[in-house]
Design a protein around this ligand. Sequence first.
Ligand code: AMP
Ligand code: MG
Length: 391
Amino acid sequence: MCDYLLLLVMIEINEALSLINGQAWAHRSVRVKTVQSVGHVIFEPIYAQLDLPSFDNSAMDGYAVFGDGTKFKLVGEIAAGQIIYDRLKAGEAMRIFTGARVPEGTSAVVKQELAILNGDQLTVSSVSKGDHIRRQAEEVRQGQLLLEAGHCISPASVGLLLSQGIVSVNVHASPKVSVLVTGDELVDPENALVKGQIFESNGGMLVAALMEQNVTEVSLLRVKDDLDQIKNQIDILLGESDILLISGGVSVGAYDYVKEGLEANGVNEIFYRVLQKPGKPLYFGRKENAFVFGLPGNPCAALTCFNIYVKALLAKLQGKSMLCAEIPLAEAHTAKGTKPVLLRAKITDGKATVLKNQSSSMLTTYVGGNGLILLQPGEYQAGTQVTVWYS
Ligand code: AMP
Ligand code: MG
């Protein structure tokens, strides 16, 4: 097909992303341990089980005093975690440490630096009522909303949940993903290489990319460029996956059987071929509740399509939103060709520098970057705002 006709049957990047984001999906939840929940998204609101703090306690190492004078009698000591609970009388003071429960009657905690102790006689410069006492429920009141549904759990949220004694949470279940790698020329990197063959690297790379997105149920299978094998494996994997990623064989070469294999299995094509470089032959389809991506075999193209499109679907299924940003170009750049380009870039100090030597097969450039930027063909001055996906 000539280039002009190809342009007519390709869809644009934004259109492809809207088709992915528009897919209906019945979200499922799963209970996970709070300590293993970082990066997951909360499925239903979580309410506070305790006041925070759950008792009045000292914010300082110092003295709990009763009264507003400057002289007190020291009657004891209370440390963090100590169960004893004394009551102060007027004119009395107690040595106290950060986090310890303040005795009843305490007017304030006086910092130890501002107090002089002589025997059991304590002299302070002044007492300001309520000073250095963390009041019960001043941060959180029992029953109040602690974390909203849709909140993506961070280390801070893990800490907050644990401070409430909440040791497990309901989160959006991550999809089950299968990776099917095609290609006669590919050898498992564990085996020896024969001339004309290459090590199969997309499989492990995609598994790693999935793990980075908190997908834990992943399987990896390799098949030859053989229509029957491809058809059979697609049939089996569709039955056990929410998402099937197929690497290679989706282009128009004589041994590219993936599309035929998907059609034979009744997968409905949602789009095929995107107006972009790299990753033009990208395929996206669905059969009932299983989604399929046909990713190009070229490693960079495969990873670029993963970083833009597969991540968008994963985010949707995991209850997250996928973020892109607008940032300025650090240097002038000319985007050659006729298609929009997704370029590997290094983002530093909030500016994107396009990396040299970009080719859909070269991962070395990819490794040096931390984002993908989108440019329409044309010339760009330094400072031009561009869309970036961090990856
Ligand atoms: P294909 O999309 O199957 O036509 O493959 C395009 C290019 O990517 C060819 O040069 C393949 O050798 C290479 N390639 C395909 N699959 C892989 C893979 N799993 N690992 C590394 N390179 C691959
Ligand atoms: Mg191939």
